[in-house]
Each structure stands twice: as C-alpha cells, then as structure tokens.
Design a protein around this ligand. Structure first.
Ligand SMILES: *Cc1c(COP(=O)(O)O)cnc(C)c1O
Length: 343
C-alpha cells in the first residue's frame, strides 16, 4: 500500500516548504528596517554568505533573477554583450531583462555543458571586426537547464583568467552553487574564486521561502544596493526571510547530498523505460530525453494524473527535481507510479 502523499511535486527545488524548525527561526528573527541598513538578521546573512564565498560583500535581494540583473547592470554598459551558454537562465528564463533593463545583448557560447576559454577568446577576437564588446563573461554552476550539470573548476578558473587578461568582468550564476559544492567537495570560496560577482539562491535546494544574494567586491555591492532600490527590491523587515537563510546555511547544506543520492535513485529506477533516454544525474535533477521532436507534455500529463508533478524542461525533455520535501519513500513511489503509467 502506497503511504506516500497523493501528489509528489518534482517540478523544481523551489516548491519545497519551510520546515517547522525554519519557521521557528523566522518567528524568532531579530529585525529592523533594512532600507535604513538596520536589520541585524539581514546584515548577518550578508556577512556569512560573503565570507563563505570569499568575497568582500553581499546584498540580500528577493530573487535570483534580481541578483543576476544587478550583476548585469553593474558590470556592463548599454550596447555591450554578455557571453553565456544558449540555455543559461539569464538568456531563457529572465524575460530578456538584460536587454530591457541594461540594454545589452546575450551572445551564446559553447553548448549546454558550458563553454571553454577558446570559445570566449574567439568571440573577443571578433570585436576587431566590429562586434559589440563582450564586457561580462557569464558562467552558471550548476547548469540548470542541462539538468544540474557541474561546470568543472579548472574550466571556470581558465575562463576567469582569460576574461581578466582581456579586461572583462566575470559573473557566476550560482543559484545552485551549494549543490556544486556538496557534489564536488570543492569549498565555496574556490568555486566562486574565478568570478567578480556571484548569485546564490536561498530558495532552491536550501529550502527557504524566498531570497537570493549577489556577492562581490565592495564597490559593486554598494552600487547594486542603490540599483536594488531602483528595481523596487528594497525590503523592510526582511530579517524574517534572512533568518530562514541563516538557518539553512547551518542545517540545509550538507543534506543536499541526500537530494543527489535520491536523484540518482530516480534515474536508476526509471532508465529502463524505453519512452526516453535517462541522463545520469550529477546533482539534484534527473533529465529524461525523448526522441527529437516528440512533445514531452504527452508524458508529463499522465505522470501528473498519477500524482507526479513535473513539466517539460524543453519541448522533448522532462526534468524531475529532488528537494527538501522529497524523502526515500516519495522517490520509490515516483518510480512505481511512473513505471505504471509509462511502461
Ligand atoms: C532559479 C534560477 C535563477 C533565478 O532565481 P529566481 O529566484 O527564480 O528568480 C537564476 N539562475 C539559475 C541558474 C536558476 O536556476
């Protein structure tokens, strides 16, 4: 008898709900008016995240999208370009904010697994032929659309060195940098090392209800603080949210290893189905590729009927994401339900 919940939600790691202990921490939070710079919980979270990432300063913002857009706005000028993979979150899931707000274009480098220094160098060389200046090299770790793939540290380091040699800035969209850290054992500060600015989300694998941070040097963050206000992102007693972040830093990082183990179990339990090709997970997501041109919604619909919520990652691809709200029993139930409706 299946004792698991009727609905198991694997759409994203953003769907997790704060644990009772996290809600406790939020209820007890010391707060102040963060626009006046006097919310002690926000100050503590910004200081702890900056320290863990080995940077001078951090800024607490409502979303990862805002952190990314502050990074664009603070490190480019209108008419320039940012260079990222074609499937980067900034290029496909931020409603062209980089173009609308900062007046820059995104140019695609490499493939879904990342790009190499040679790709960046070739693009910079074209500037001698009149191409717009690529002022910001943009990496993402883990790579979300590619299914939580890891961007190797050696590659990030080489890209950072090359960009800096050419006088360009470097941003790391580390919405899931925590997962990369736990999966590889590389310290957060080393992963952040190649970048001038880093985005981290508290609301993905770490399980907070909301909140992200932009991390970087003091000058960038001071500028971003002003721009955050212009974007309408200054919050008042935001310490209620920051307290969730402080709780997560202490209690929810190491446990990401459980999510990674469970994503592998999902892959292992479902790879025998011949309706798709299961890609071996590197972190907390399992990707299932369908035949080219086949509509993934045709498989997502019966899965939803069976109580497994998911959507197409791309037109011909399904993504199942493991998070704080998914235990071993839920994973086994997903495998059982999917085998039943898709076999
Ligand atoms: C989720 C995500 C973001 C944006 O975060 P929001 O809080 O949803 O705005 C940015 N980059 C990546 C790689 C993400 O996965």
């Amino acid at each position: 008898m299946d004792q698991t919940p009727a609905i198991i939600d694997l759409r994203s790691d953003t769907v997790s709900k704060p644990t009772p202990a996290m809600r406790e921490a939020m209820a007890r939070a010391e707060v102040g008016d963060d626009c006046y710079g006097d919310d002690p919980s926000v100050i503590a979270l910004e200081a702890q995240v900056a320290e863990r990432l080995g940077k001078a300063a951090a800024l607490f913002v409502p979303t990862g999208t805002m952190a990314n857009q502050l990074a664009v706005s603070g490190q480019t000028r209108p008419g320039e370009a940012i260079g990222c993979v074609a499937e980067a979150h900034v290029q496909v899931h931020e409603d062209a904010a980089h173009a609308r707000i900062s007046g820059v274009q995104a140019c695609s480098l490499g493939n879904r697994r990342g790009f190499e220094p040679a790709d960046l160098e070739a693009r910079i060389r074209e500037e001698s032929c009149g191409w717009p200046r690529l002022s910001l090299a943009w990496m993402e770790n883990t790579l979300g659309l590619a299914g939580g793939r890891l961007w190797p540290l050696e590659s990030m380091t080489a890209i950072g060195e090359l960009a800096h040699r050419h006088g360009r800035r470097v941003h790391l969209d580390g919405a899931r940098l925590w997962n990369a850290h736990v999966a590889t054992g590389v310290p957060l500060a080393e992963l952040a090392g190649p970048a001038d600015s880093v985005t981290v989300c508290m609301s993905k694998g770490l399980g907070c209800p909301a909140g992200s941070l932009l991390v970087g040097d003091a000058e960038l963050i001071a500028g971003a603080r002003g721009t955050r206000h212009a974007f309408g992102g200054s919050m008042r007693q935001a310490g209620v949210l920051a307290a969730a972040g402080l709780h997560a830093l202490e209690h929810h990082i190491d446990r990401l290893a459980d999510d990674h183990r469970r994503a592998r179990r999902l892959w292992d339990g479902l790879r025998a189905l011949d309706c798709w090709r299961a890609v071996e997970p590197e972190t907390n997501m399992a990707i299932f590729e369908l035949e080219a041109g086949r509509d993934a919604e045709q498989l997502c619909a019966p899965l939803r009927e069976a109580g497994v919520l998911c959507y197409p990652n791309k037109y011909s691809e399904i993504r199942l994401v493991v998070h704080l709200g998914i235990d071993d029993a839920a994973v086994e139930a997903v495998i059982e339900r999917a085998r039943r409706v898709l076999a």
